[in-house]
Write a protein that binds this ligand. Structure first.
Ligand SMILES: [Zn+2]
Length: 134
């Protein structure tokens, strides 16, 4: 499920303002200027990425390397833990690359099918996207 949220942030390339992860349901809040997001369309795109069965790998870089590449920190709302001198980068082959300390599957196909259960309006620009196992 956690890896699935990485993919959700690929489907919806907007700033993430919050989120939570659970065994049954997870959610991410996005700063999206306009509505018109379609649940079925987002679900379809998400499962298409899962279906690519892309390899998930990680590697370590130094804090200095991360600071030199601020574009890497894009989403997940959680600032990567810095200060220890190195940061773990998680790459989903061809799809996503970002610092993350979470636990991931080895291939996106292991996630199984996901479904967007709701897209809620939270404030003027904020959209909360809820994801469950299909
Ligand atoms: Zn992660």
């Amino acid at each position: 499920m956690h890896t699935g949220l990485h993919l959700l942030s690929v489907v919806l390339p907007y700033p993430v303002t919050g989120g939570s992860i659970g065994a049954e349901e997870s959610r991410l809040d996005f700063d999206i200027p306009e509505s018109g997001l379609d649940r079925d369309v987002v679900t379809e795109k998400l499962n298409a990425l899962i279906g690519q069965d892309a390899a998930v790998t990680d590697r370590w870089i130094t804090d200095a390397e991360l600071e030199a590449n601020p574009g890497l920190v894009k989403t997940m709302a959680v600032k990567p833990p810095m200060g220890s001198g190195k940061v773990r980068l998680v790459e989903i082959a061809g799809l996503d690359l970002q610092p993350c300390g979470g636990t991931h599957v080895r291939r996106t196909g292991e996630i199984g099918r996901l479904a967007v259960s709701a897209i809620e309006k939270k404030g003027k620009q904020n959209r909360r996207v809820r994801v469950v196992f299909a």
